[in-house]
Design a protein. Structure first.
Length: 355
């Protein structure tokens, strides 16, 4: 911001995993004590994603210019054809948080400047980025995010360059998951709604054994960590992780966006995320409106869910999932189990964390 101290020069040396983890944990520390954990992570994740795509896009345009020249590299049509996403020039990080000498962004204007830029980035990358930066996030809500904290957070992120030359995709994706784990540890018991401990997700992937060309689904995907571990299992076996096809559905909108950011930052291309209630309204279906069946299913659904949708199925289930008996009204565990059975191929494997 124009009326704040500018950060020191940005180091050009590649960051190590430990350095990046520590850097992101400090970002979380800046807000601690002022923001509820569920909101807290939303602001940090949105800013981190914004900084990453801004720096990566700027880097990509420079690389493109070396091939086709400056004029073509800055042409919107060429950018859409050649690059995975677009960040308009006036929506790049420095333009948004600092402004220009003629039109500086003061701390009073910072929140609105961020809101406007993130909305424009979503519009330019629709539908891929729809809602990913703006759903339930408002940088003008000073009761949730005091302005002095926002300024400190911006200055903190401005101190590092997050392009691929400094931070490769795998390194950045792993650091993002580290940040998710950090929030989960602070959230305590409620963390289960969006994160499965890494040791558990690693073991699940080892048991279920995903392989190239498999379609893998998580019907209660949270942050997407189980699906990412399936990719890592394939990588550990010397196979191509991009030939593993991932499907996800998550009912909590904020968590759904966290998972989208998580997989994008890990460089995942072959996946299909959906937002919605998997029991009441499953989104992964065949052309004749039956449940899609998968080679592998990994899932850590909400335990003993009371409001799972019993009343919606008193006249029968359109997907014919409850052939082993109607689940009890006030506990959704058996509903999840039968949902998995119905959406699993005859020779498929599933693994579910249950209470």
């Amino acid at each position: 911001m124009a009326d704040e101290n500018r950060t020191s020069s940005i180091p050009l040396r590649r960051m190590t995993q430990a350095e990046l983890d520590t850097f992101l944990e400090k970002a979380a520390d800046i807000l601690r004590g002022n923001v509820d954990h569920s909101e807290f992570r939303g602001y940090v994740f949105a800013l981190l994603f914004f900084k990453r795509i801004s720096d990566v896009f700027d880097e990509s345009v420079r690389q493109l210019a070396r091939k086709v020249g400056d004029e073509l590299a800055n042409d919107l049509t060429m950018q859409k054809k050649s690059l995975p996403f677009i960040v308009p020039k006036d929506c790049l990080w420095e333009a948004v948080v600092r402004g220009t000498p003629k039109k500086p962004v003061t701390s009073l204007k910072l929140g609105q400047s961020l809101n406007d830029a993130m909305l424009e980035i979503e519009r330019k990358n629709a539908p891929k980025f729809d809602g990913i930066l703006t759903s339930k996030i408002d940088f003008n809500k000073q009761d949730e995010l005091p302005r002095d904290k926002l300024v400190k957070l911006i200055n903190h992120f401005s101190g590092r360059r997050f392009d691929r030359a400094n931070v490769p995709d795998d390194l950045f994706g792993d650091a993002y998951e580290y940040l998710i784990r950090t929030f989960a540890s602070k959230a305590g018991k409620s963390s289960g709604e969006f994160y499965t401990p890494r040791e558990v997700s690693y073991l699940m992937s080892e048991i279920v054994e995903p392989a190239e060309l498999h379609e893998v689904c998580d019907w209660a995907s949270g942050s997407g960590s189980l699906l990412l571990q399936c990719r890592e299992y394939v990588r550990r076996r010397g196979q191509e992780p991009n030939r593993l096809f991932l499907f996800a559905q998550e009912s909590n909108l904020a968590t759904y966006n966290i998972s989208r950011i998580n997989l994008i930052l890990h460089g995942v291309n072959s996946w299909d995320p959906r937002h919605g209630d998997s029991l009441r309204d499953p989104k992964h279906k065949t052309s004749d409106e039956k449940l899609k069946q998968f080679d592998r299913i990994v899932m850590n659904p909400p335990f003993s869910l009371e409001d799972w949708g019993y009343d919606a199925f008193t006249d029968g289930d359109p997907y014919d999932r409850f052939g082993y008996g109607m689940p009890p009204r006030n506990n959704g565990d058996y509903a999840w189990m039968q949902h998995v059975v119905k959406s699993l191929k005859p020779d498929g494997k599933a693994i579910i964390v249950m209470s």
